[in-house]
Design a protein around this ligand. Structure first.
Ligand SMILES: C[S@@+](CC[C@H](N)C(=O)[O-])C[C@H]1O[C@@H](n2cnc3c(N)ncnc32)[C@H](O)[C@@H]1O
Length: 191
């Protein structure tokens, strides 16, 4: 399956949550927060057909790594087939399971978590679980970057991370709120 129809995937799976991939304008806007001059480890939740992934892959250093976590089986299979770059790993799993997907040494050492998953579809407790798992895998000073259709994530993000910055990107269908959140806590080691 080298080609995938985003709209058909959306029809089959409501959790895809969007009828078309994110616009290049929005991808670039979100990725302005990534320092491509340095090696990094980036975990992406909900890569879909890989619009962010391919943009980041084209800019990141040889020593950087991308770990993709995609719940939809068809998208995950498509990513595995089309992205053969050794810097990338694809997991057909849920964002909330991120800790069990990572190598233990990566927990607390991730530079960026980029997320396109529809947090508004998750129940309050599940939302909190994903945010807490995200905080746990990020290094101190690491960034959580999320694009969402509304401002609903402000409260849970404040509860878990204690900070956020938002930007509004109108040039996208649908328009997105882009969240930039810093993990201000240094990970505990040896536990
Ligand atoms: C709005 S689409 C974004 C797709 C792509 N990143 C883009 O920007 O075009 C949301 C994506 O998140 C995936 N997804 C939804 N819930 C998820 C979850 N709990 N864990 C991982 N992926 C999830 C969907 O299958 C879909 O690929």
């Amino acid at each position: 399956m080298s080609k995938i129809d985003f709209f058909k995937t959306f029809i089959k799976d409501k959790d895809v949550a969007s009828v078309i991939p994110t616009s290049l304008h929005c991808v670039k806007k979100v990725c302005e927060n990534i320092d491509f001059t340095k090696d990094f480890t980036l975990v992406e939740y909900g890569p879909g057909d890989g619009v962010f992934t391919n943009y980041i892959l084209g800019k990141m250093s040889a020593g950087s790594r991308l770990i993709l976590i995609e719940a939809n089986e068809d998208f995950a299979a498509h990513l595995k087939e089309t992205i053969t770059d050794p810097r990338v790993t694809v997991h057909n799993r849920l964002a909330g399971e991120v800790e069990s997907v990572l190598n233990p040494e990566d927990v607390g050492n991730v530079d960026y978590v980029l997320s396109g998953i529809p947090f508004s579809f998750l129940k309050k407790d599940r939302k909190r679980e994903v945010l807490q798992a995200t905080k746990k895998i990020l290094k101190g000073g690491g960034l959580f970057l999320a694009y969402q259709t509304s401002g609903h994530l402000k409260k849970p993000v404040m509860e878990v991370f204690g900070n956020y910055d938002t930007d509004f990107v109108a040039l996208n269908i649908p328009p997105y709120f882009v969240y930039k959140v810093i993990n201000n806590e240094v990970a505990k080691t040896g536990s």
